[in-house]
Structures are given as C-alpha cells and as structure tokens.
Design a protein around this ligand. Structure first.
Ligand code: 5AD
Length: 442
C-alpha cells in the first residue's frame, strides 16, 4: 500500500509553492496525498522564520505530533523550509521526535530523505544551501489551484535589510533562465491555467542568466505574448528596483494585473536608513505617485513593521502620515521581532511590547478607514474577476479582481475558473460584494 503524506505550510506564497514542489516529488515517488494528518505516514511541516511567532507556532504544532510519533514509530515527521535552515539541528534538540530536517529548496530530494529516515530509523538531514540554479528546475509540481499557478523566477535575496532573516535562510539571489520560465508558463497554459504569479524575494531585481539577458520587464513582456494566458501577477517587487520600464509594461499590457505590492516597512527616513532599505520616504513616495498617475488605475499594497529598534513617536507619526499619502488598497503590518543572524538583532529591541501593540492597532485602524473609503468608490463599477470557491459560505462564489480585491457574489458553480464581469453593489473595508453582470459571460 502506498505511503501517505500530509504537508502543512506556514508563511509566504513562496512556501506554498515549495510545498507544491515537495508534494510533487513525493507523489512522483509513489506516495499518496491525504487531507488529514491522522491518516499520514509522513508529516511535513514547511516552515517560516520571518518572525519569532512563526517559529513558536511550529514548535507548538510539533508538540501535538509527539503522541502520534510515539504510537507509530514508523511515522516520518519532517521540519523543512526556512525555520529548519535557521535553527538547524537545534530543532532536533528541542523536538527529538522530528526525524527529517531540510532547508528550503529541497523539494527535489524530500522523497529520498523520507526513505532514508524510514530505513535508518535516524533523522535524515539535508541543510546544505545549494547555490547552483538547478534546484529551481523541479520535475513535477502538485498544484493546489487549478487556474492560478505560481512560478519561481528567482530564489533567495542579495539585499541585506537589517531586520530580515530571509537572505540567511534562502541564500543569495539566483535567477532562473528566461527560456525555462517561459516553457513552464506555456505548459501551464496548455494545462488550462489562466493566471500565473511570478515569485521572487525581490522579483523585479530579476536578471536573466541566459544570453537573452532579459530584465524583469522584458520577461513580463515575453510572458504576456503567450496565447491563452490571461493574467500575470508578480510578488514582491523592491521599491528600489521599481523602474519606469516596469510601469510601462503594466500600462501597456492589459494581461498584467493592475496591482503592485510595494513593501515600504516604515514611513520614517531615519528608520528606513536603519533598516537598510536603500530608499528614503521621499523617493518611495515618488514611486508611489508615478504608479498613481499611470495610464491605468493600479492598486498598491504594502508591508509595514512597527517598533523597529529606536522607533520614536515621531517616526511612527511619519508612518501614519505615509498611509494618508499613499492611500494603500491593503496593508500587512507586523510588530518588529528580532531575528538571529540579522544586523538589527544586535540593536536593543527597545520599543516596549505594549507600545508596539498600540502602534500596530493605530496603524490598522487608520488603514481600515482608508480601505473603507477606497472600496466605497467601487460601488456602481464593474470588475473582471477570476471565479473561485469562496472561503466562507455566505456567497456561492468569490473571485479576485485584477486589482487584487476580493469580490463575493452569487452565481452558478460552472463559472468556477472563468474570468467574468461582476457589478459591484456593496463593500466593506476588506472586500467587495457584487452581482453577475447581465449579458453574455464568456
Ligand atoms: N520582524 C517583523 N516583521 C518582519 N518582516 C520581515 N522581517 C521581520 C521582522 N524581523 C515583515 C516585513 C516583510 C514581511 C514579509 O515580513 O514587513 O515585508
């Protein structure tokens, strides 16, 4: 009987794709996927280490698997991904029932590791950071979504933002050859995918290593020429590498979704310097204004960290006022969390926890109001959405518009996976509500 595997993913979109690569590797090696960890012979936690909380969550989850492993000594319990890379064998010291440990980019060898753990009875470990580009070419990816597919264009990050652990867990930036990216997307389109999401830590810093030497905007242009591909998204661009050429591609290619996630991290130039972001508040806002003045309406979202070491009230006020100037369509906000190996970890984490909490909630409240007002302006307009199953059941269907807004509406199931037009009738701060537009929908 085929052994059964269960994968739980923590963290970012890249981790979701890594899990799909792991699942593909296990499936190709004769294992079978199950939805319930209780049925599994192989449990893989694909982890995140960007904040301390993400790491604690994994340890808490591992605690829950202690009994399962005691009751079934043949169970393979794996910790893979960024936290495994960062913590290394400390994971085994803290959770001795773990018997597989692998860094990110090990999707292609997970089945081998599972096999090794199963036959030796000892922990199988693969932590070497592989800098050669081949691991980006994986044989098979078991994708969860039938219409939207993520595609790796680069791995790792060569920047050194002082708060961020990712360069240490995923290594320096390595770019994938444009020809291979294009072939993968063509194959995906042939399989019926209509939306692709290009992934890289700083996706717009992409440089084609092949003689074609494509820049990121060049690559997007070539992908936009693929017949049958309807939508292109990418995440996340770094503000420093946001070129006029990229904006030009977005203005001129309707297939490129009109949404940009542009992490700012802070509205204070002083803090941005301490974070080593490479841009000032003024320069960031110039980029935002360019995007806002584009020939096409482009939604902007961002990431913000509050309570970075040395963040004073006036720095935080700069962040609040930046929200008013940028008027983001959505915001992901976090309390600063010192991470091992980063340069900021050597600074005193001097903003008290309750101050971090207060700043976070003030920020979120202000953003909520902005979103509420922005979303209100959509009532009476029509948006094209890619129809998907809703997460909650109040509406029969849900979809994402090109600008990344969630639109909930009622309609028949056969619309799943199609691009259709929805008339917006109502809104909240976080989503829009609509009705199927009349007329032919195809
Ligand atoms: N503490 C808090 N948030 C962090 N992020 C990255 N590192 C840290 C940290 N040490 C946030 C940034 C990044 C997002 C993915 O996570 O905002 O853009």
């Amino acid at each position: 009987m085929a052994r059964k595997f269960f994968i739980e993913t923590f963290g970012c979109q890249m981790n979701v794709l890594d899990s799909e690569k792991i699942a593909g590797n296990l499936l190709q090696n004769g294992l079978e996927s199950v939805e319930d960890s209780a049925q599994a012979d192989v449990i893989i936690l694909n982890t995140c280490s960007v904040r301390e909380k993400a790491v604690q969550k994994v340890y808490a989850r591992l605690g829950e698997f202690k009994r399962a492993r005691r009751e079934n000594p043949d169970l393979v319990l794996g910790v893979v991904g960024c936290m495994a890379q960062l913590e290394g064998e400390a994971v085994l010291a803290k959770a001795p029932h773990v018997n597989l440990l692998a860094g990110p980019q090990k999707g292609g060898v997970i089945a081998d590791l599972v096999h090794e753990a199963a036959i030796t009875g000892a922990a199988a470990i693969s932590m070497r950071m592989d800098e050669d580009p081949e691991p980006m070419e994986v044989a098979f990816i078991l994708r969860e979504n039938r219409w939207r597919a993520s595609v790796t264009i680069s791995e790792g990050c060569s920047r050194r933002c002082s708060f961020c652990v990712v360069p240490f867990t995923r290594g320096k930036q390595r770019d994938r050859e444009s020809g291979k990216i294009i072939r993968e997307v063509e194959e995906l389109v042939a399989e019926g995918y209509i939306e692709i999401v290009l992934l890289g830590q700083t996706v717009n810093s992409y440089r084609d290593p092949s003689p074609a030497g494509n820049s990121f905007p060049d690559l997007v242009r070539r992908l936009a020429a693929i017949r049958g591909l309807e939508r292109i998204r990418f995440t996340s661009p770094h503000p420093d590498d946001f070129s006029d050429d990229l904006l030009n591609v977005m203005e001129s290619c309707p297939k490129v979704c009109n949404h940009i996630h542009l992490p700012v991290q802070s509205g204070s130039s002083r803090i941005l310097r301490a974070m080593r972001r490479g841009y000032s508040r003024r320069r960031y806002l110039e980029t935002v204004r360019k995007i806002q003045r584009a020939a096409r309406e482009i939604a902007i979202s961002t990431d913000i960290i509050v309570g970075f070491p040395g963040e004073r009230e006036e720095d935080f006020r700069d962040t609040l006022s930046l929200l008013d100037e940028a008027r983001y369509d959505s915001l992901y906000s976090f309390k600063y969390s010192p991470r091992p190996t980063t340069t900021a970890a050597s600074l005193p984490d001097d903003v008290p926890e309750e101050v971090k909490s207060r700043r976070l909630s003030l920020l979120q409240e202000q953003q909520k109001l902005i979103q509420y007002n922005k979303n209100a302006a959509y009532v009476g307009r029509a948006l094209e959405v890619l129809v998907e199953e809703p997460a909650r059941n109040r509406f029969s269907l849900s979809g994402r518009a090109g600008n990344n807004k969630i639109v909930n509406f009622n309609g028949p199931k056969y619309l799943l996976g199609k691009l259709i037009t929805v008339d917006i009738t109502d809104f909240s701060a976080n989503s829009l509500k609509g009705a199927l537009a009349s007329g032919p929908q195809e």
